[in-house]
Design a protein around this ligand. Structure first.
Ligand code: SF4
Length: 64
């Protein structure tokens, strides 16, 4: 599984880093949420999926 955030869609609500901080973060410099590069570790996949489903603007794309 990989995760990415559609930068132009994210409204920086902060929900995804709250649900799954191991994968998603809001940069200190501001701007849209980011997802960690590469494969999401198996132990964080359920939370990453939950974050994607919870994003209010559907900005998180999960690829299995
Ligand atoms: S939940 Fe969605 S809108 Fe909110 S910070 Fe994450 S990607 Fe952006």
């Amino acid at each position: 599984m990989t995760a990415m955030v559609l930068q132009k869609v994210c409204i920086q609500c902060g929900l995804c880093p709250t649900i799954c901080p191991e994968v998603f973060y809001l940069p200190d410099s501001g701007g849209s949420a980011q997802a960690a590069d590469g494969e999401v570790p198996i132990e964080h996949q359920a939370a990453a999926q939950e974050a994607a489903e919870s994003c209010p603007v559907s900005a998180i794309v999960i690829q299995l």
